[in-house]
Design a protein around this ligand. Structure first.
Ligand code: 13P
Length: 271
């Protein structure tokens, strides 16, 4: 099993200066219509465009992606899909391919979100999607996260497996197209009691970097941005980023409330 504290010293002192900050809004299956999607995006875009140190990524439902990307490509703002399929085209009813996503001017794709894994997406499926998305020039936001924590640290092995299996056959050259999102399932959504404690987030960032270094054996693996998701709000943004040592946040519920999301972007950008 990985000894996290032993990795802290080595990894803390690597230069993370090249990594930009990210605020990603995962809208999930919201809002209910295109007009509301346009309204939310219109409310956020000015703040996001002004946040020069931060890349804001909007990941709406597929059906609104085209509408939003056509509204213009502001500086510092990108779009992402919440999922993709691993084939380019063909008889796959209901699926959307990475090529189609690229064709809608979206550059990012969230893959392996726990809400999709709970529908049966395995690490093998996640890996097929990751490789297909990368092959098609998308930047992948690979989500990992444990359902619960145990005193023995079994969850650490679980996270390592999610990373190793999710990234199987990904090449060193593809590292610049990768972000890792640590989203503990117990911290996600309205039913969660709280977000992960910032120092625990920091430990997980170290774990992710250690595993990436082990897999890829190049220092570039340490430059892969690691973001945190799970009950992010304006109130906990600063401590999560500062003490959690993440490169940004993956925001669910709060990304749908313009004032809250704008505040999160501003706080992250100012840090
Ligand atoms: P909440 O911010 O609503 O907890 O959702 C987190 C999440 O799942 C983002 O992908």
């Amino acid at each position: 099993m990985l000894n996290i504290s032993a990795c802290v010293f080595v990894l803390q002192y690597f230069d993370m200066g090249k990594i930009k900050k990210f605020v990603i809004g995962n809208w999930k299956m919201n809002p209910i219509d295109a007009d509301s999607a346009i309204e939310i995006f219109s409310g956020v875009r000015g703040t996001a465009a002004r946040a020069k140190e931060t890349r804001t990524i909007i990941a709406p439902p597929f059906i609104f992606l085209n509408t939003l990307t056509r509204m213009g490509n502001d500086k510092n703002i990108s779009f992402g899909a919440q999922n993709c399929y691993f084939e380019e085209k063909g008889a796959y009813t209901g699926e959307i391919s990475p090529t189609m996503i690229k064709g809608m001017s979206a550059d990012y794709c969230i893959i392996g979100h726990s809400e999709r894994r709970s529908l049966g997406e395995t690490n093998d499926i996640v890996n097929c999607k990751v490789r297909a998305a990368l092959r098609n020039g998308l930047t992948v936001i690979l989500c990992i996260g444990e359902a619960e924590r145990d005193a023995e640290g079994v969850y650490l092995g679980f996270l390592e497996t999610e990373l190793r299996e999710g990234l199987a056959s990904v090449t060193k050259k593809q590292l610049p197209q990768l972000l890792i999102a640590y989203e503990p399932i117990w911290a996600i959504g309205k039913s969660a009691e709280k977000s992960c404690a910032p120092r625990d987030v920091h430990e997980m960032v170290i774990l992710v970097r250690k595993v990436l270094k082990d897999i890829f054996r190049v220092n570039a693996a340490l430059e892969v941005p690691v973001v945190y998701g799970g009950s992010v709000a304006a109130q906990n943004t600063e401590e999560l980023v500062r003490e959690g040592n993440v490169n940004g946040l993956l925001v669910g519920g709060a990304s749908l409330v313009v004032a809250n999301f704008c505040k999160i972007i501003e706080i992250v950008d100012a840090l």
